[in-house]
Write a new protein. Structure first.
Length: 254
């Protein structure tokens, strides 16, 4: 029996400072436009124009469906203020600065702290010392989250970012554990110098994952699989410019 009045699952991002929520809210991933996308699409259009009279099949990474689907999924947390990180080449130490003290901001609660902290290298040991600071930076954002019951919220690095100075660590927030702080752990890749991260820079992406237990079937190929692969190839290979949409019209799982 359907329960027409059952509430749809909803995620709530709550900012501890209302002013920051107005200036730099968490946004759906689809709203963030990365700088590399425009030149990539321009190159695709140029390639189409140059090859329009040439009978060859055209492919281009700018049209990769997997890339665009993951980039549109979930939400993105951006740095609400400028900050700098200075490293001196020893692979461990760093200094940081920002134009505003988050810890000193006016608030009627006790949950305020420095914008940046860290995890000591002696307790972590997961970094590649060839290109990553051994100390993990911790961005103590002013955000908490309520994840809907029955879900995890996965924190993940930006899959195709503009900025390669850092990589966010991956982890789950459990929706059954009440409000959680959205602190972003960063692997820092600039080992010697001063790096400025401007306000508005995407730091991490958040994606809901349902807690369903799915059985896995590990098996050898069958005739049905071969038929499906042949049909898929026929659908994708009959045009000079690949169109993935017709794949959705096929009932693959019957």
């Amino acid at each position: 029996m359907f329960n027409w009045f059952r509430k749809k699952p909803k995620i709530e991002f709550v900012c501890l400072f209302p002013e920051i929520e107005q200036v730099m809210p968490i946004v759906p991933s689809s709203k963030v436009k990365f700088n590399w996308i425009k030149p990539a699409m321009d190159d695709w259009k140029k390639t189409q124009e140059e090859m329009k009279d040439t009978p060859v099949k055209l492919t281009h990474f700018a049209r990769c469906p997997g890339m665009h689907k993951i980039m549109r999924e979930g939400w993105i947390l951006r740095s609400w203020c400028d900050f700098t990180v200075k490293t001196d080449g020893d692979g461990k130490s760093f200094q940081w600065g920002s134009p505003v003290s988050q810890k000193s901001m006016d608030a009627d609660h006790i949950w305020k702290w420095d914008y940046l902290s860290h995890h000591a290298e002696s307790i972590f040991g997961q970094t590649d010392r060839r290109n990553t600071l051994d100390t993990v930076l911790k961005v103590q954002t002013p955000w908490i989250v309520y994840v809907p019951k029955g879900y995890y919220l996965m924190c993940m690095p930006l899959p195709y970012p503009d900025n390669h100075n850092f990589t966010a660590a991956t982890g789950f927030i459990d929706g059954d554990e009440g409000p959680n702080f959205l602190n972003v752990q960063l692997y820092w890749h600039e080992l010697n110098g001063i790096t400025k991260i401007p306000a508005g820079t995407p730091l991490a992406q958040y994606v809901l994952v349902k807690k369903d237990k799915i059985e896995g079937d590990i098996r050898s190929v069958t005739d049905k699989d071969i038929k499906n692969l042949r049909l898929r190839s026929t659908i994708l290979d009959n045009r000079f410019i690949v169109d993935y949409k017709p794949l959705k019209d096929v009932k693959w799982h019957e």
